[in-house]
Write a protein that binds this ligand. Sequence first.
Ligand SMILES: [Zn+2]
Ligand SMILES: [Zn+2]
Length: 208
Amino acid sequence: MPLSIAGFVTGVFAENTYMIFDDASALGAVVDPGEGALGLWREASAGRTLDKILLTHAHIDHILGLGALKDATGAPIYLHAADRFLVEELESIAALYGLEVEPAPLPDVEWKDGDRVRLGETDLEVIHTPGHSPGSVSLRFSEGVFTGDALFAGSIGRTDLPGGSFEVLERSIKERLYRLPEALVIYPGHMGTSTIGEERRSNPFVRG
Ligand SMILES: [Zn+2]
Ligand SMILES: [Zn+2]
């Protein structure tokens, strides 16, 4: 049974928070809980259980709703170890944007390339796609892939933030994401969806 996906644009950074549901098991997960994610989860989940909180990376816009969601549900948080520093330093990073935030909870599980995460009967594969941040991952399932801020529709993530590198991001996109099946739908961390084939053919920043 396919995964149901609901996307929400959150906060001043217009970050995409996704609620995903394994219809066979009535379990759900939140990918990148931006500002207000707990309220969005309560509306979208219709009583289903939050099984996991999945972080493509730990930039502030993707975790502004993390603490409240964790406090309310206790669901385990998954993040790559190389982005842990971004959670630990959240308060000082927030100050750079003129924001005052509570400390965010640290990950319960540090996943790595090749790991498989189950949501009910749905299988998600972790693909390490660093370059935008060192611990950025993409999450592949049968019909799509959550790319975080690595690859967007017609664009790519910025590489000027701490731990970022254009060369590393280019390699992640060319050698990992562009090798996925053409028809796979891209669900990025900002803006609209695309497909692997479309980006491989026409993305102006990383040529296929
Ligand atoms: Zn980011
Ligand atoms: Zn972002």
